[in-house]
Design a protein around this ligand. Structure first.
Ligand code: ASP
Ligand code: MG
Length: 403
């Protein structure tokens, strides 16, 4: 949602779906999360004045939406006055305290607006309900505690029909806010669906549903109406980032169907991911993973024992929270392609203690499922391929990014 019309459209969707026994999970408005990240960066760089200007812009943006919806800032909704920044805390902890406010503000606006439209609504504060550890910016959810709390809240007598809750954020046992990783709202919705044995979960996006390729990268995309959970997991890694990769598992575990529908056209069919689908996707699927780094390890002493090295390498990879997208080994080297996250530099240092390490960054990984020789040839044309793995139906190409 990025403006007042978005909020009105949400009301329409809620009513279309019956406005009963429904959990509405909302992410931050427009580009608020990025703007809040900027505030954190500026504060960390001791640029208080610029941070404050940026902060005021964010507040103004929300105030304008409230006014357009006929809500009174300060009366209907109390806004956060000061930036919750504490120089004694780590950068990442400050990040979570500040960036989580995007969802707090969006859900307050939506809950109050829906209430004023005569709906039966309750606002939930997820930092108190979704318990996580304190892995700032990438917090790990404690499912047992969270499920118990959330079930109790949901099953409460006289609970209003519609609960509005924040996606993407949770909280520690001692009451500090956490975030679950960028684009994590879908994941929250899936967890809540799992805890409450939902009939279904629907994710509203600004695309018609799940497509076979990122429309920004492939000219002719096709909507996939039905998918198996396993296919959805792979597709969730696509460049379009239609659904957060962690979304599928909690739903698959309880066989809860997941719909992906266009926010702007709520009555469209979109895509459905469910246990009832038993056939693979029938069209070729292009899955891009951007921002990859290819790390190659070689033995220091020529005595490269593959099995031993593997366990060492994977131990380091695991400890440094790297996300592996591809592995290839030869007699003397092992290469892994991983997401180039902020955890990579330290992992490289650790690997260098045991191996001769070289790497290439600024890479993309293209996976083509349901490929044919012609499709593969077209995909390779004009590109620098650093590494490729192909089977009869699937091709995976590590590609150097164009300048
Ligand atoms: N607002 C968060 C983000 O932009 C979470 C989400 O959008 O799912 O990353
Ligand atoms: Mg978002």
């Amino acid at each position: 949602m990025k403006n007042a019309d978005g909020v009105r459209n949400l009301e329409k969707i809620v009513r279309l779906a019956g406005a009963q026994d429904m959990m509405v999970v909302v992410s931050a408005m427009g580009k608020t999360t990025n703007a809040l990240e900027r505030v954190v960066e500026l504060l960390d760089a001791n640029k208080e004045e610029q941070a404050l200007t940026q902060w005021v812009d964010i507040i103004d943006f929300h105030v304008a939406i409230m006014k357009a919806l006929g809500l009174q800032p300060g009366v209907d909704i109390r806004l956060q006055g000061e930036i919750p920044y504490d120089p004694n805390r780590s950068l990442d902890e400050n990040y979570d305290q500040i960036v989580s406010l995007g969802e707090i503000m969006s859900t307050q606006i939506i809950a109050v607006y829906l209430l004023k439209q005569g709906l039966s609504v309750e606002w939930w504060n997820m930092p108190k309900l979704l318990r996580t550890d304190d892995t700032w910016r990438e917090a790990i959810v404690n499912n047992a505690t969270s499920a118990a709390t959330i079930r109790a809240g949901w099953e409460r007598k006289n609970r209003p029909q519609i609960v509005v809750a924040q996606g993407f954020i949770g909280g520690t046992a001692d009451g500090r806010r956490t975030t679950l990783g960028r684009e994590g709202s879908d994941y929250t919705a899936a967890l809540l669906g799992n805890y409450l044995d939902a009939e279904s979960v629907t994710i509203w996006k600004d695309v018609p549903g799940i497509l076979n390729a990122d429309p920004r990268l492939e000219p002719d995309t096709i909507l996939i109406p039905e998918l198996r959970y396993s296919d959805a997991v792979e597709l969730s890694y696509s460049g379009a980032q239609i659904i957060h990769p962690k979304t599928i598992r909690p739903l698959e575990n309880k066989r809860i169907p997941l719909y992906v529908k266009p926010f702007g056209d709520p009555e469209a069919d979109g895509s459905c991911i469910s246990a009832a689908v038993d056939h693979p996707v029938e069209v070729p699927v292009y899955i891009w993973r951007k921002n990859q780094i290819l790390i190659t390890m070689r033995a220091k002493d020529f005595a490269f024992v593959l099995e031993e090295s593997l366990s060492e390498i994977f131990d380091i990879i695991h400890r440094h929270r790297l996300r592996v997208s591809l592995i290839q080994s030869s007699a003397v080297t092992i290469s892994v392609c991983v997401d180039n996250t902020r955890f990579v530099p330290e992992a490289l240092e650790a690997l260098k203690e045991h191996f001769l390490v070289s790497y290439n960054d600024r890479l993309s990984l293209l996976t083509i499922r349901g490929t044919t020789p012609e499709i593969l040839e077209r995909a390779r044309a004009g590109r620098t391929i650093m590494l490729s793995q192909t089977t009869r139906r699937t091709a995976r190409l590590v590609i150097k990014n164009d300048e």
